[in-house]
Write a protein that binds this ligand. Structure first.
Ligand code: SF4
Ligand code: ZN
Length: 321
């Protein structure tokens, strides 16, 4: 049976059916619709005001690649300037190849790129060194927990270095739904109460952060990369299989098979979820081990994550892809 005609332009043959709506579109109309939806998310949420200098957290993966490409197309309409900021966590056999992908994107798209390394920011500590120091201590499965805190701080430092006023990350709807599930599974009412919006306005002296792809499904992010012929790095981090997120991802896939709207339902649930102030847990106090401003931590004393000057940990998914 021949492919139907595109429901938007009515001229070209449809190349896909949109996973959520079932609408048959050609590649070009799909990409235009995807970009228009991201624009709507940014404008409706007032995420990036005209004049903003936006640091794009670039990992070389599909999400940040698509985010940078879409924002580059929208930048003239939004009146924003873009800077790519990549974080080198010091993960042998993984990050070097991913950074090579980011460098080639920056060159191809004519965007300035700054790379910040854990080793430079955290007294020589790399993620591999943190993993070695926690191996066999009963905390070896927590690499992403440490890394999430460090990445957040590294991205903030990199953004400040380039004079950014805002930070954007490539988290998509599936990432957000996984985070909501993880918070439920952990019974983390505090994060559920704080973590549902499209971004944060910048607590304390932190730069405002947002996730323009938060309402875009992972499938459509991949389709956009395909039709725009974007090249990205698609291998998983060597520590990713240890992460609890993998269990939430498996569960979400099964939920989505039974109920296709499960991903967006979870994202919107988190947006609507608000707990009465009386039942919100207090903000974390000083760490009992390191004296820092985060709650009690499990980091090995002296490690970069166990830093009294470290900013308070905030809710949100792993900052990588
Ligand atoms: Fe860090 Fe992401 Fe790797 Fe976890 S999966 S260790 S957060 S880079
Ligand atoms: Zn079309």
């Amino acid at each position: 049976m021949p492919a139907p005609t595109c429901a938007s332009c009515g001229v070209a043959r449809a190349a896909l059916r949109r996973p959520r709506s079932g609408q048959a579109l050609c590649g070009s109309c799909f990409c235009a619709a995807f970009e228009a939806e991201v624009l709507r998310t940014v404008l409706a949420g007032r995420l990036l005001p005209p004049g903003a200098v936006v640091a794009v957290g670039a990992s070389g993966g599909k999400d940040s690649t698509v985010l940078a490409h879409v924002l580059r197309a929208l930048a003239p309409r939004l009146g924003i300037a873009l800077q790519l900021v990549a974080v080198d966590e010091g993960i042998g056999g993984y990050r070097d190849a991913a950074l090579a992908a980011v460098r080639s994107q920056a060159e191809r798209w004519g965007l300035p790129l700054t790379v910040v390394a854990y080793a430079d920011l955290f007294g020589g500590w790399t993620m591999d060194a943190v993993a070695r120091s926690t191996a066999g201590s009963g905390r070896s499965r927590n690499c992403c927990t440490f890394c999430g805190v460090l990445r957040r701080r590294a991205l903030e430092e990199g953004a400040r270095l380039v004079g950014a006023t805002h930070i954007v990350t490539g988290h998509n709807a599936d990432d957000m739904a996984e985070t909501v599930l993880m918070n439920f599974l952990r019974g983390d009412a505090g994060r559920l109460a704080r973590g549902g919006g499209l971004g944060s306005g910048g607590e304390g002296c932190a730069l405002p952060r947002c996730r323009p792809l938060q309402l875009a499904s992972q499938k459509e992010v991949v389709l956009y990369a395909h039709f725009r012929r974007l090249r990205y790095f698609s291998e998983d981090c060597v520590y990713a299989p240890e992460a609890f997120r993998g269990h939430a991802r498996d569960l979400l896939k099964r939920l989505e098979a039974a109920r296709p709207s499960a991903v967006l339902d979870l994202v919107h649930s988190a947006e609507r979820l608000s707990l009465a102030p009386a039942v919100r847990p207090p903000r974390p106090g000083a760490c009992s081990r390191c004296g820092g401003r985060r709650g009690p931590c499990e980091e090995p004393p002296g490690s970069p994550a166990c830093d009294p000057a470290a900013p308070a940990a905030r809710p949100g998914p792993c900052a990588c892809e």
